[in-house]
Write a protein that binds this ligand. Structure first.
Ligand SMILES: C[S@@+](CC[C@H](N)C(=O)[O-])C[C@H]1O[C@@H](n2cnc3c(N)ncnc32)[C@H](O)[C@@H]1O
Length: 214
């Protein structure tokens, strides 16, 4: 059933290039990882997806959690338009998308959970602490922020990830945080951090930071 959900989401995009990207993205964060991440999301309530891209994961977590309302934000207006179109085509009503820069997020509103999937390395490093602080303000104690990113080590895996990032967005600078730097930063913002290692056969140094507001 859930793989059917993935298939129907990919088919909701008209552009074959985007469909290919979606298959690749769902190939990297495949069913097992969707479940590993999804287990930390609440079954209901407002969920914030910062850097939602084309909406793949927001559509998936909205479709598999009808009690959730997922709000996706991305700086790329074209991606937001495609996410809206895919949601309409799929008839998924518990998502909403808006174009916006994560750096402008001020922590307004309360969320049952928030997540950032492979976006922190695209945010300029000095903008990451204020963003994490704003997210902490919008999560009551006990609520979770999930940060999925890649570790800076081992170097060979980081270079592999860097090559793919550059192939996708050649002009976008990237900064990979080491888990030893990002964990204390998140803790200093008022989160208790559990590092969930996402072990992969592909050469990605994935890491999922499960951050509980304290
Ligand atoms: C690697 S993609 C990940 C997209 C999506 N989270 C996923 O996992 O498929 C990174 C996304 O971050 C977005 N992004 C980069 N900088 C951003 C910013 N400052 N504010 C909001 N979104 C940003 C990009 O437009 C892109 O959609």
């Amino acid at each position: 059933m859930r793989s059917d959900t993935v298939r129907s989401i990919v088919r909701a995009y008209d552009d074959p290039v985007i469909r290919l990207y979606c298959w690749l993205r769902f190939g990297i964060l495949r069913q097992r990882f969707l479940d590993e991440i999804g287990q930390y999301l609440p079954a209901s309530g407002a969920v914030l997806d910062i850097g939602c891209g084309f909406g793949l994961f927001s559509l998936y977590y909205a479709a598999t959690g009808p009690g959730r309302f997922v709000r996706g934000i991305d700086v790329d207006g074209r991606r937001i338009r495609m996410a809206r179109r895919a949601a309409a085509r799929l008839g998924i009503g518990n998502v909403a998308y808006e174009q916006g820069d994560a750096r402008d997020f001020k922590g307004d509103g309360e969320f049952a959970a928030a997540y950032m999937l492979d976006i922190v390395h695209h945010i300029p490093p000095d903008a990451v602490p204020p963003l994490c602080a704003a997210l902490r303000r919008s999560l009551a104690p006990g609520r979770r922020l999930l940060v999925k990113d890649v570790d800076a080590r081992p170097a060979a895996k980081r270079w592999f990830t860097w090559a793919l990032d550059k192939a996708m967005s050649p002009s976008s600078p990237v900064h990979y945080w080491s888990a030893d730097d990002l964990t204390p930063l998140l803790e200093s913002m008022g989160f208790r951090v559990y590092r969930h290692l996402m072990v992969d056969i592909l050469p990605y140094p994935h890491i999922l930071y499960v951050c509980t507001a304290v």
